[in-house]
Design a protein around this ligand. Structure first.
Ligand SMILES: [Zn+2]
Length: 522
C-alpha cells in the first residue's frame, strides 16, 4: 500500500459561482482524500482557482472591475462555498499566488533552456472561450461547438512548446500503463487523439503578446509576452505541494491523482505529461476522468438557467444527502442526469428507509430491551454468521473500489451490510422473541449484532458522509472512535464497546414527500 495520496480537482475558472459540475468533482476529491487518510496514508487535497487569461478580462469589463478584483471576488466565493459545505482541502491555490508565479517562471526558463520552446509566426482560428486556436475539424457549422461562437482569425508571433517530440514516448507510456488514464474509454480516446495530433505536428502555443493580453505571468525570457493559460494552469499541481524545494514534494508527487471532467481530457492527458517530461519529472500516477452531469436531461448552461447551486441543495435537503446522491448516482466515467425527483427518491430509499430505519429500529429496541446500553452477546447462530460474513468482506471490497475511483460501487458495497442487517432483524424478530420465556439472551445477541453492523457501516461511510457517520457512532455510544480509526482493522467485527450508553435521537433522514419538491423551486 502506498503511504501517500495526493488528489487534485481542476482549478476552477473565475467567471461564475460553483455549480453541480464543480461540486461533484470537489466532493469526490474530498471523499477520496478522507478515505486514504482513514486507510492510514498521508493524504493531500488541492483545489483552487484559475485566474489568468482573456475570459477574466471579459468578465472584468462586464463588471467594470480590474481582473484582479474579479479574481479576488470569485476565489473568495469558491473558498467560502467549500468551507460552508465542510470540504476539507489542504490548500486552495490561486494562479495569482506569488509562489505559483515564481514556479511557472522557473519552469518556463528550464523548458526554454532545454530547447523545448520555439518562437514563430502562426495564423489560425482562435476561440476566445477555449482560449486556443481551433482547427477546421474542431468546428461545427463554422462555430466552436463548446461555445457556440465563431472563432476569430488571428495571426501572431508566439512561443510554442514543441510537445510533438514527446508523442511517441507518451503513446507507448499509455499503452504499457493501462490504468494511467481511467476509465478505459478515455484512455482509448487519448490514444486516438495522439494519432491525430501527431499529424498536426504537436506544437502548443504557450504565450500571448502583452499588446493583446497583459493579464498573465510574464515569460522570463521575453518581457513582451505573458504565459498562455494551460501552461500556467497545469503547473498549479506542482506549486500546490511545494515544488521544487519542499522535502515532501517527491513522495507526494509520486502519488498524484488528478480528477477531471471529460471536457478537459486533452490538456491533462496530452499537454501535461509532455510538459512534465520536458521539465524532467515523472508523470502523475492516475488521471481519473468523469462524465458530465446533465440537468433534467439537458447540458448545464448559464443561458438555460439550470445551474444547480450546492448552497441551495444544502439548504433544501442537507448537504450530506446531496453529497450521497452525487457519489452514488454517477457511475464514474459515464454521464449522469440530475433531477430533483431522482435525488429525493435516492434519499428516501437508501438514507431514510434503509440506513435511517436500521439506526432507529436498533436503538429503539436497545432502549426497550437492554436499558439503552450496547448489550453483551450470547452464542451466535447461522443468521449472525451471515451478517458477519457480509461485514468481513467489506474492507477489502471497498478498498478495491476506492483505489479505482469507483465511489458508486463502494457505496453500493457498504449498503450491502445495511441491507443484510435489516433482513437479519426481520428474520430474528427480536420484538417477538423478547416476549417469549427465556428470550432475553437471543434478543441481546440480535441487538449487539445490529449495533456492531452500524459501527462498521459508520466507519466505512465516514469518508462519504462524515457528519452522518459521526452521528451514528455517537448514538451507538462509540463517539470519538473516528479520531483514531484506521482501515482495515477498525472495520473488523467485534470492535464495539459493550455496555456503552446509546441515544435514540430523531430520525437521521426524515422521508421527503416527492410532491413538495417543486414548491421552493431549487
Ligand atoms: Zn470554444
Amino acid at each position: 500500500m502506498s503511504e501517500n495520496f495526493y488528489v487534485t480537482t481542476p482549478i476552477y475558472y473565475i467567471n461564475g459561482e460553483p455549480h453541480l459540475g464543480h461540486t461533484y468533482t470537489t466532493v469526490l476529491a474530498d471523499t477520496l482524500a478522507r478515505y486514504h487518510a482513514l486507510a492510514g496514508e498521508r493524504s493531500f487535497f488541492l483545489t483552487g482557482s484559475d485566474e489568468h487569461g482573456e475570459k477574466a478580462l471579459e468578465v472584468a469589463a462586464e463588471r467594470q472591475e480590474t481582473p484582479q478584483q474579479v479574481a479576488d471576488h470569485y476565489a473568495k466565493i469558491f473558498r467560502e462555498v467549500w468551507d460552508t459545505l465542510g470540504i476539507r482541502y489542504d490548500r486552495f491555490i490561486r494562479t495569482t499566488d506569488a509562489d505559483h508565479k515564481a514556479v511557472v517562471q522557473s519552469i518556463l526558463q528550464t523548458v526554454y533552456d532545454g530547447g523545448h520552446i520555439e518562437f514563430k509566426e502562426y495564423e489560425g482560428l482562435y476561440c476566445v472561450g477555449c482560449e486556443r486556436f481551433l482547427t477546421d475539424r474542431d468546428l461545427e457549422d463554422g462555430l466552436c461547438p463548446d461555445h457556440e461562437r465563431a472563432p476569430e482569425k488571428r495571426s501572431e508571433a508566439n512561443y510554442f512548446f514543441k510537445m510533438g517530440k514527446q508523442f511517441a514516448w507518451l503513446s507507448e507510456f499509455i499503452e504499457t500503463n493501462p490504468d494511467f488514464i481511467r476509465p478505459d474509454r478515455y484512455r482509448n480516446e487519448v490514444l486516438s487523439m495522439l494519432k491525430e495530433e501527431s499529424g498536426l505536428g504537436g506544437d502548443l502555443c504557450i504565450s500571448r503578446p502583452k499588446t493583446r493580453l497583459d493579464w498573465g505571468i510574464e515569460l522570463p525570457f521575453d518581457e513582451g509576452y505573458v504565459c498562455y493559460v494551460w501552461f500556467d494552469a497545469l503547473i498549479n499541481y506542482l506549486t500546490g505541494i511545494g515544488y521544487p524545494d519542499d522535502p515532501d514534494f517527491p513522495a507526494l508527487w509520486a502519488s498524484a491523482e488528478h480528477l477531471i471532467g471529460k471536457d478537459i481530457l486533452k490538456p491533462h492527458a496530452i499537454f501535461w505529461p509532455c510538459m512534465l517530461r520536458a521539465i524532467g519529472l515523472e508523470p502523475y500516477r492516475h488521471l481519473n476522468v468523469h462524465g458530465y452531469w446533465n440537468v433534467d436531461s439537458r447540458k448545464i448552461s448559464k443561458s438555460l438557467g439550470n445551474r444547480i447551486s450546492p448552497l441551495d441543495m444544502n439548504e433544501k435537503y442537507g448537504f450530506e444527502s446531496f453529497r450521497y446522491y452525487l457519489l452514488r448516482d454517477m457511475s464514474f466515467g459515464i454521464d449522469s442526469n440530475f433531477t430533483e425527483e431522482s435525488l429525493v427518491t435516492r434519499i428516501n430509499s437508501d438514507l431514510a428507509n434503509n440506513l435511517g430505519n436500521l439506526v432507529s429500529r436498533t436503538l429503539n429496541m436497545v432502549k426497550r430491551f437492554a436499558e439503552g446500553n450496547v448489550p453483551e452477546p450470547g452464542p451466535i447462530g447461522d443468521l449472525e454468521r451471515e451478517v458477519m460474513e457480509v461485514a468481513g468482506r467489506l474492507p477489502e471490497a471497498v478498498d478495491r473500489e476506492m483505489r479505482a475511483t469507483r465511489c458508486h460501487r463502494a457505496l453500493e458495497t457498504i449498503f450491502g451490510l445495511v441491507d443484510a442487517a435489516n433482513r437479519y432483524l426481520e428474520r430474528r424478530e427480536p420484538w417477538k422473541v423478547a416476549k417469549q420465556e427465556g428470550g432475553e439472551e437471543s434478543v441481546r445477541t440480535t441487538l449487539y449484532t445490529c449495533c456492531e453492523a452500524l459501527r462498521i457501516t459508520a466507519i466505512l461511510l465516514s469518508p462519504f458522509l462524515p457528519l452522518t457517520a459521526a452521528e451514528i457512532l455517537e448514538r451507538i455510544g462509540q463517539s470519538g472512535e473516528l479520531e483514531s480509526a484506521q482501515l482495515p482493522q477498525s472495520a473488523q467485527w467485534g470492535g464495539i464497546q459493550v455496555g456503552a450508553a446509546t441515544q435514540k435521537g430523531d430520525p437521521l433522514f426524515p422521508r421527503i414527500d416527492l410532491e413538495t419538491i417543486g414548491e421552493s423551486g431549487a
